[in-house]
Ligand binder design. Sequence first.
Ligand code: SAM
Ligand code: SF4
Length: 358
Amino acid sequence: MSMRQQFSQVLEKASMGSELTKEDIVTLLQALPGEEEEQLFQLADKVRRENHGDAVHLRGIIEFSNYCRNDCHYCGLRRSNKDLKRYRIPMEEIIEAARYAAALGYGTIVLQAGEDPYYSGEQLADMIRRVKEVGDFAVTVCVGERSREDYELMRKAGADRYLLKHETADPELFAQMRPGTSFEERIKRLNWLRELGFQVGSGNMIGLPGQTVETLAEDILLLKELDVEMAGIGPFIPHHQTPLKDCGPGDLKLTLKALAVARLVLPLAHLPATTAVGTLHPEGRKLALSCGANVIMPNLSPATYRQMYQIYPEKAGSKEDADESHERITTLVKEMGRQISTGRGDSPKEHFKNGPAC
Ligand code: SAM
Ligand code: SF4
């Protein structure tokens, strides 16, 4: 099918680097299968290449605790899920995983967990310090909503980046999906993280019940307003032990379109080919790398814990060990004619080029 006039006008505008309105973004997100989708994906791929080259950054993720005080309707780690065996990885094993990452030449370690109040800000800071002693890593922290003081401790301990997805830019849907929390508090924290000098990552899920294409456009505009250094955009995947168990998963094409539009709106941001898109479809990560993504987050959690970090079932890589994850991902990158990046992979923004200023 050839392109509709309105669609090609907006695509032309995007290719000139002009600012896109909400209406423009909706038009692009509604790209029809065939010529429109192809042109959108090709432009996003071109913008990715111009701004980031062909390197793919690997961020090794260690999921160090699956305890969570929250009860998010979409997530298998929610506190009401009594069928999940809970764990906290001992510090020695975290350090061991970091050593393994150093041996493989990873430039970034992501320390991720449920919102687990067992860890004080000091303990998290200590974990960051010890991981950073292992190698010349950037450390990204992803442990949810904490006090400003805790974020400050983490930053002073050497954390370079913080990932806190806004999940959805619709405040009502946010409050429904995340009982006891609010969109306002989330945004407040994203602003603190910015003030504290972190490279800030946010992002959203595609396919939450009640979401519309307009909300998705708002998600992308919010990422632009926050001027994020990283944006994780991935499909929602239902988990059988959550209130959303009967909902369908996010749509693959819509996820890829949102990713492609995010690339056009945020040319300098790092965009991962998420584990969720790799779980949704066997070729998911490859497709994402072809329409704007430039990052993959291989799982470095020791094999004994992986199956227990069940945000959603059959999470890509949950049945392998770290060797297999690494091998599979490097093969995929090479098959695509891309290279594994060396170095930390900081934001290409001028301010962060040599790591964030303290
Ligand atoms: N607890 C922290 C938080 O919520 O920010 C960090 C860990 S949380 C498991 C990391 C991400 O998992 C969330 O930001 C959310 O987008 C994603 N997630 C949770 N449940 C999901 C699901 N069913 N499908 C897709 N992504 C999901
Ligand atoms: Fe906890 Fe994060 Fe899962 Fe919500 S998404 S239940 S905060 S781990």
